[in-house]
Write a protein of this length. Structure first.
Length: 335
């Protein structure tokens, strides 16, 4: 998109709402998404999924232990991590291009620690002079820094917390004398627990509260916006009879219920993971209230040595309608 310098006085208003408007349009035009989204919420990018494993399982992750991806879903999921991990999670949708980097460090004494950086780029906006010659570029981005701690409590319970510092910023390079740049910041926290039931069948329960924090004040708005807090509860179950029928094969199924802070309009997410020799994974899921409006998801994963690669995509929604395939890639290195 190109903006002439004559339109620069209105540019500040445009960029102030650019990222939020894109996400809000996605949320309000998708019937499933609208079920659990407050139209007045700020920082809606916090609802965008991170991690190909999570996306492939329909985002039903509150009881899962997906390594570094747990930072973005339920911090209790890193509590029993036994290997250090460096991970890169990439996403491409109509809303934004996202890149999240996480370093996960487990310790025997105090539990597991993780540091993460997530950057969402909503696309450069070109500024031109009255003759149409490019003279500058406006850069709207969302930046999120997260610190996570998870610990095991006894033999069956995990607990975790993530502190997040988020920033919506608009920068400009080139001839920017008539362009107002700014930043809007807020803080949030995620809390979560998981519990392995003492039964003969491997069943894990999980509960998480995400994006609980201070309001986000964006320039040119009269009131700060509340963050999109979500309350989630779910279960993960490994089907014990599958290994007896098919050698070296495991199947896990997961289900989550998600609602807003007032517990209004709960929605269900479903996911399954079929693993062969613990190295090859085929995943599928049903996605309720996805930001992009998608309803189903598929994923594939493969591990070799220290490396684990996952890819997933969702079907339907605005990205697919616009011809932008919503794709998620994750590369993890465990050592």
């Amino acid at each position: 998109m190109r903006l002439s310098r004559s339109s620069a006085p209105t540019l500040r208003v445009w960029v102030a709402a650019a990222a939020t408007t894109v996400a809000l349009c996605l949320l309000t035009t998708a019937p499933a998404a609208a079920q659990t989204t407050d139209a007045t919420s700020g920082a809606l990018f916090l609802l965008l999924p991170v991690g190909a494993r999570a996306v492939g399982m329909g985002q039903a992750m509150v009881a899962e232990r997906p390594g570094s991806e747990a930072v973005w879903w339920n911090p209790a999921g890193i509590a029993r991590q036994d290997k250090k991990e460096i991970a890169i999670h990439h996403s491409q949708t109509i809303a934004a291009t996202g890149d999240a980097i996480t370093f996960l460090y487990p310790t025997r004494a105090i539990g597991s620690l993780a540091l993460s950086l997530n950057v969402l780029n909503f696309g450069d906006q070109q500024i031109t002079d009255p003759g149409g010659v490019p003279v500058g570029v406006v850069l709207p981005r969302d930046i999120l820094i997260a610190a996570t701690y998870g610990a095991a409590i006894g033999k069956r319970m995990n607990a975790g917390i993530t502190y997040k510092r988020l920033q919506y910023r608009v920068d400009c390079s080139g001839q920017c004398s008539n362009v107002s740049t700014f930043t809007a910041t807020s803080s949030a926290a995620d809390f979560g627990v998981q519990y392995d039931l003492p039964t003969s069948s491997p069943l894990t329960l999980g509960v998480a509260v995400r994006n609980l924090g201070t309001r986000l004040q964006v320039n040119d708005r009269e009131q700060p916006d509340p963050l999109p807090t979500r309350i989630e509860a779910g279960a993960e179950y490994s089907l014990p009879f599958v290994a007896a029928l098919i050698a070296d094969t495991e199947v896990r199924v997961a289900s989550d219920v998600i609602a807003d802070r007032n517990l209004n309009h709960p929605a269900i997410r479903l996911g399954a993971d079929i693993a062969y020799e613990k190295n090859i994974h085929l995943r599928g899921g049903y996605v309720a209230n996805d930001v992009n409006g998608a309803r189903t998801a598929l994923g594939f994963g493969i591990a070799t040595g220290h490396l684990m690669f996952d890819i997933a995509r969702t079907f339907g929604g605005l990205s697919a309608d616009a011809g932008v395939t919503p794709t998620y890639l994750s590369l993890r290195y465990l050592f």
